[in-house]
Design a protein around this ligand. Structure first.
Ligand SMILES: [Zn+2]
Length: 407
């Protein structure tokens, strides 16, 4: 096919459009120059062979590799290359007599160049986070219209992008019914169910026995630190807001607090990243007893040292603390510093009926100031959770559709 295409053209024509070139380097790599003068891109032969897109090696409709890996030869070598200007393709003949074809676009997308990989990870895999101090809250917390999020994919994408970058975003103008959180979650994907069900209501329980109608302040915390798979994003829909002075939400960027510790108190930072804490929750819901435990540090890092999550809850930290004796007091000192810094940096604001507050539960700490809950001054918030897997997936699908070439 390749030869036929070339034969159909005059030598002059060939020279004019000759742009792609490819050569074998170090016996096992393929170097492709996408166009004249362009910087060559190097692709390991083993990786190219592993990613052959022919019908024998790749299942097109499921976009999945079906290569027989029981027999895969990691010492495979390219033996000859051909380029096709018209189709913008490079074909490779291998030492196992197999032949593969790769389009230039496909190769460029998967370039091993550091800059391209960074861009892919930042733009497409997961947007880079921007950490913020409490004083910056007004600038970073973007507002979106609930109706537009529900009706326009571009606005849905902007909301999810803001949530991924800043960990918080506010939707305005939602109807005052109990179905809002479900409709919103289903616009993205589906509600994340927990021990406490799907939708939950945050409301002081009426009755004389209940702290004389006083709703106590809720200290800063992350929800469900005692789950291995923590719900990722809180959706809190304000249906009725108290007229009393309290009832404000408090938020703080846990990643920003971790940044401060890392910079100013490295020993505390190191300890909070290393010491594994037992988080727990014991109780019963709908007649079913539960006993949840998950052990994890307060600050969790990935292999590259980036934050993946923070855990903080005073009530839901287990009295079992499975660490060496000598770790205990230093850990308490470090944790107390983390908590004090978080309290000092937290930003308080009050949502209004029709507001939907959305924030990253595994990054931000949240709480609520106390309020006077009475018949005359009720407060009624409906909540639900979404998972990051579902949100990022939706975001990628939207980006592919609305921002072609982003990937
Ligand atoms: Zn193949």
């Amino acid at each position: 096919m390749w030869v036929q295409r070339l034969l159909g053209r005059s030598p002059g024509e060939l020279r004019l459009c000759r742009q792609i070139s490819a050569r074998i380097v170090n016996e096992s790599n393929v170097e492709v120059r996408p166009e004249k003068e362009a910087k060559p891109l190097t692709f390991p032969g083993v990786w190219l062979r592993d990613n052959c897109l022919c019908e024998e090696c790749f299942h097109g409709s499921s976009k999945s590799r079906k290569l027989d890996w029981d027999k895969f030869d990691t010492r495979i070598r390219p033996v000859s290359l051909q380029t096709d200007e018209l189709a913008q393709e490079v074909s490779v003949k291998w030492s196992d007599a197999h032949e593969s074809r790769f389009s230039l676009g496909w190769l460029k997308d998967r370039s091993f160049e550091g800059r391209r990989q960074e861009e892919y990870l930042r733009e497409f895999y997961r947007p880079a986070t921007r950490h913020w101090a409490g004083a910056e809250f007004q600038q970073v917390a973007q507002h979106f219209s609930y109706d537009e999020v529900m009706s326009k994919d571009s606005v849905l994408m902007q909301w999810l992008q803001a949530l991924a970058v800043y960990g918080v975003a506010l939707l305005r103008g939602a109807p005052l019914d109990e179905g809002v959180v479900r409709r919103l979650a289903e616009r993205v994907g589906f509600i994340r169910r927990t021990t406490y069900g799907e939708e939950f209501v945050v409301q002081a329980k009426p009755g004389a026995q209940n702290f004389a109608y006083l709703s106590l302040p809720l200290p800063l915390h992350t929800d469900l630190p005692y789950y291995e798979y923590k719900p990722s994003v809180n959706i809190l829909h304000c249906v009725v807001q108290t007229e009393s002075a309290g009832g404000s939400n408090m938020l703080v960027d846990g990643f920003h607090i971790a940044d401060i510790l890392r910079r100013d108190h490295p020993a505390d930072f190191e300890r909070l990243c290393r010491v594994v804490v037992d988080w727990n929750d014991i109780g019963s819901e709908d007649g079913r007893e539960f006993h949840n435990i998950w052990r994890a540090p307060v600050i969790c890092l990935d292999a590259a040292g980036r934050y993946t999550r923070v855990n903080h809850s005073v009530p839901q930290r287990d009295s079992h603390f499975n660490v060496p004796l000598e770790e205990v007091l230093p850990w308490y000192e470090s944790y107390a510093r983390f908590v004090r810094l978080a309290i000092a940096d937290s930003h308080a604001f009050k949502t209004r009926p029709g507001d939907v507050l959305t924030f990253n539960n595994i990054r931000l700490l949240h709480g609520r100031t106390g309020y006077d809950d009475s018949e005359a001054s009720p407060r009624y918030i409906v909540g639900a959770y979404l998972d990051w897997d579902i949100i990022y997936s939706r975001l990628r699908v939207l980006k592919k559709r609305l921002e072609p070439g982003c990937q």
